[in-house]
Design a protein around this ligand. Sequence first.
Ligand SMILES: O=P(O)(O)O[C@H]1O[C@H](CO)[C@@H](O)[C@H]1O
Ligand SMILES: O=c1cc[nH]c(=O)[nH]1
Length: 241
Amino acid sequence: MATPHIAAGPGDLAPLVLMPGDPNRARRIAETFLNDARLVTDVRGIVGYTGSYRGEPMSVLASGMGIPSISIYATELFRHYGVRRIARVGTAGAITASVSVRDVVIASAAHTDSSVSRLLVEGMTLAPAPSYRLLRAAGDAAERLVAESAGGAVHIGPVFSSDHFYLDRPAVFDALDRRGTLAVEMEAAGLFAVASAEGGEALAVLTVTDHLRTGEALSSGERETYFTRSLRIAAEALLGP
Ligand SMILES: O=P(O)(O)O[C@H]1O[C@H](CO)[C@@H](O)[C@H]1O
Ligand SMILES: O=c1cc[nH]c(=O)[nH]1
């Protein structure tokens, strides 16, 4: 059963998976958010746990950073472990003035400079996007949570999945900003492309931890506090219709 990158056995992973980039965050999600979570894989330090959320089996597996890394884990989950839905829960940098740090961005599409949108179907530039069912469920969950709890705004719109964390090309961000792009991160487009190829469903719910325009950044403590809201939106969406 084990794949080159996941050591879990048959039935060890739930059909619903939360996927942060950071393995430490995956462990914290297992310890503080899921119920009765147990470790099911730790190949290369990319830990995965399975427990439950509101009585439903749910797993968390880290993706590592970047499109190549998340593409490996998402492919193996959908293709070999019977996973149906993956929600990326990650951090992002705001690239437009109307988005602030502490806000949540739910990706409705993911522009990318990665070859993932160009290589998979010859002669075509694909448009990586989340599952509409999960996106709608996330929007509904966000409305309920914003009404219930304090915190920043929740935005739904396109993000930029960059192959470069250190991209010294401000004109790229200006042009994407003018086209309504909300934030930058490094995995959503790869996850969406894999989900569409493998017949799975995917979503990305991002906590805005940095602002590329103002230079503002959350402290590590604040990152954990505000991350919980994205997590709840993503987990509720995974349970959705
Ligand atoms: O917080 P995570 O999920 O890792 O996401 C963001 O943080 C990493 C860069 O620091 C990239 O993986 C980017 O997408
Ligand atoms: O990819 C990322 C993630 C968080 N903040 C950024 O500026 N970029």
